[in-house]
Design a protein around this ligand. Sequence first.
Ligand code: SAH
Length: 263
Amino acid sequence: MTSKRPAFPLQLDSLSGSKPKVKPAAAPVRPAVKVVQDRPLSPVHRPVHGMDSAAVRAHMVQKLAQGGIKDSAVLQAMGTVERHRFVETALVNQAYEDTSLPIGLGQTISKPNVVARMIELLRNGAAGKLGRVLEVGTGCGYQAAVLSHIATEVYSIERLKGLHEKARENLRAFRLHNVHLLFGDGMAGFAKGAPYAAIIAAAGGNNIPQAWLDQLALGGRLVAPMMTPAGHQALVVVDKSAQGFQHQVLETVHFVPLKSGIS
Ligand code: SAH
């Protein structure tokens, strides 16, 4: 297991509050001379839908707000992180649609509204930033980047080496000094970073691993998909206090399975 920090802070957009303005797309300018490129544009530089990505993102944030996300810190983080940098070139035009997308090795990046909903639950109306947060299932690193805006430190663990490396590569340009990418089995949590103010899982099992409950701070909150006795996956919120644990089972979700071991 490694805990190297990728180095960098992300530039904050000027988005504020829950109703960012959508800039109209600039009219496409046709070059008078055909520009010959020896390499295709990388997702980083490629415009989305022919619009500048901040405008498309602001539109996505507007939809999230219309869909019921109220926490302005969450909306601001969602408006800041360039989701199109985390998906493959062929999928860039879908990066700001409310859809999950394949990220390789049979895994998916979660829908923006699910990411926003889970982080809103995780924050639970906190006044400032959360402290240390553990994310289980780094995937392509998108949610870790969003979390980096609402937490002081993010520990994100992935069991598939290929995705752990992909996330490291995806996150490099963002220079997020507070994101720590770890390779390992997240079912055991990451004891060295404990206790966590919050734990969020992007993969669902049949129950909540004991290690997560142990590593949650008193006053901390865990949000994870979990299989219910009724046989469907639902979002579960667990609050830990001196009196014990309180569970809430919320809406149905569809996450990839939580698996043990590394690969
Ligand atoms: N948050 C991610 C979503 C990735 S999908 C994103 O923004 O892209 C869920 C991820 O959980 C997958 O990459 C899968 O490999 C990983 N996963 C499943 N079981 C795991 C475990 N026990 N430990 C760590 N990661 C796990």
